[in-house]
Design a binder for this molecule. Structure first.
Ligand code: FCB
Length: 453
């Protein structure tokens, strides 16, 4: 018998193990039972926004199949399930009248989890802003502070008796960067004039969301989630080193530092100076918040070189396939040390009390053969990232939990259905579910079964 490199025991008894999904990516039912229109419902109708013209309209149809999917979570022995609420299912116009059918749906989902002994972890905002609010500027309009607070209040009042764990935002860097600077995600806006106010308002909303929940339920366990990538320079030159520092500030420091009272990293990112035009008296205090935990979501590292042609940041990412390193179908380098580095980086902030990996996972070209998906690459990926997490935990005990992305295959934003991250395979024609070998591997890992080889 070979001793496994990493086992559940290594993380201690109270470590939180889970799996994650999001509403827009897996629910489908985009216009059923009174749901309003979100920015993604509109974005996918525009030309060339999503690969192959895919839409999330049906996806894994979690809306219909939630009981079956939650039963599979139970069957895999996963004790915690992270999912998000769709703002427009609950408040179709973003503010105003509540759609009772939307609340009912989430009551059923949450009740189903609890009945099966699975703890629900709720993300309030996983990128699907109501279109009505976007028409008024969305995240660029300071009114988002009121809109968001009202939405949080409605959700928390509805589910406060059942839900203990809340996350305010999912990866604000990605939804502001891709949605309001690069224009490659909904709502497809571009440039600093959109990005800078969206950034500042998202920073304020993560704090407002926290305070709103705590005001209603002081004992709630509340955090927010950040995307992060380990950033290294392409060469040993000072230019590349400096470029890597700028990208690190942009990808890894921009949202957490103001919330910890450290301000925006303007010294490393001088283009951010304009943010002062949006900071109102009292904002610096308003931004600061002591989250019960922060969620970090890591998949890869980024290798960065100086580039004179990229305005403001003078840096470019060197893609994994060009570097000829092993990578996933997303072209994300498989670099398990990245998760170690990120746990280490975020642990070093004094104000961070607790860290939970709220997403980690991989997309590979899966093949369904004789009812089996032998996704050994995904198993290796998860195992190697867990091994590094174990190492990190032995030095940085703030690490308290780990969630795999994702429960089922789903709509991967601008990449559509080509990318499959699930531990459960979805046949999008028949809606048939097949647990991949990685799902059975996770079950064995969580059940602490010894592997005999
Ligand atoms: C993260 C997102 C999540 C999913 C994974 C692959 O950035 O939070 O919704 O798309 O990447």
């Amino acid at each position: 018998m070979l001793k496994k490199k990493v086992s559940k025991k290594d993380f201690g008894e109270d470590f939180i193990w889970g799996i994650a999904s999001s509403a827009l990516q897996s629910e489908g039912a985009h216009n059923r039972d009174g749901k309003g229109v979100s920015i993604w419902d509109e974005f996918v109708t525009q030309k060339n926004t999503v690969l192959n013209g895919d839409t999330h309209y049906e996806s894994a149809d979690f809306y219909t199949h939630y009981e079956r999917d939650i039963s599979l979570v139970q069957e895999m022995g996963i004790p915690n399930f992270r999912l998000s609420l769709s703002w427009t299912r609950i408040l179709p116009m973003g503010t105003g009248d509540v759609n009772e059918a939307g609340l009912d749906f989430y009551h059923k989902v949450i009740d189903c989890c609890l009945a099966k002994g699975i703890e629900p972890w709720i993300t309030l905002y996983h990128w699907d802003l109501p279109l009505e609010l976007e028409k008024q500027g969305g995240w660029t309009n300071r009114k988002i502070l009121e809109w968001f607070e009202n939405y949080v209040r409605v959700c928390v009042n509805a589910f406060k008796g059942k839900v203990k764990h809340w996350m305010i935002l999912n990866e604000p860097m990605v939804f502001t960067g891709a949605g309001y600077f690069l224009g490659i995600h909904a709502p497809g806006k571009k440039g600093f004039k959109n990005f800078i106010p969206a950034l500042h308002h998202a920073v304020l909303c993560q704090a407002i969301g926290f305070r709103t929940i705590k005001e209603i339920v002081p004992s709630a366990h509340v955090g927010t989630t950040y995307s992060c990538s380990y950033v290294t320079p392409y060469s040993n030159t000072l230019k590349d080193f400096k470029a890597a520092e700028r990208v690190d500030a942009l990808l890894n420091r921009l949202f957490i530092e103001p919330s910890l009272g450290l301000g925006y990293p303007i010294e490393d990112l001088p283009f951010l100076r304009k943010i002062k035009n949006y900071i109102e008296p009292g904002d610096t205090q308003l931004m600061q918040v002591e989250f019960d935990f922060i969620g970090i979501q890591n998949y890869t590292r980024e290798v960065v070189a100086f580039c004179v042609f990229t305005p403001y940041i003078n840096a470019k990412l060197i893609p994994a396939d060009r570097r000829k390193v092993f990578h996933t179908l997303m072209d994300w380098e498989v670099y398990p040390e990245a998760i170690y580095e990120m746990i280490s980086k975020f642990s070093k902030y004094k104000g961070v009390k607790k860290i939970i990996i709220t997403e980690n996972g991989a997309s590979f070209p899966d093949e369904l053969k004789d009812g089996i998906i032998a996704d050994q690459h995904r198993i290796n990926y998860l195992e190697s990232y867990l091994e590094q997490s174990k190492l990190a935990k032995s030095i940085y005990p703030k690490l308290k939990g780990y969630f795999v992305w994702s429960l089922t295959d789903n709509f991967e934003w601008a990449e559509g259905y080509k990318q499959r991250f699930g531990l459960i395979h979805i046949d999008y024609t028949s809606q048939q579910r097949t647990v991949k070998n990685s799902g059975w591997w996770y079950k064995a890992f969580l059940g602490e079964q010894e592997e005999i080889e």
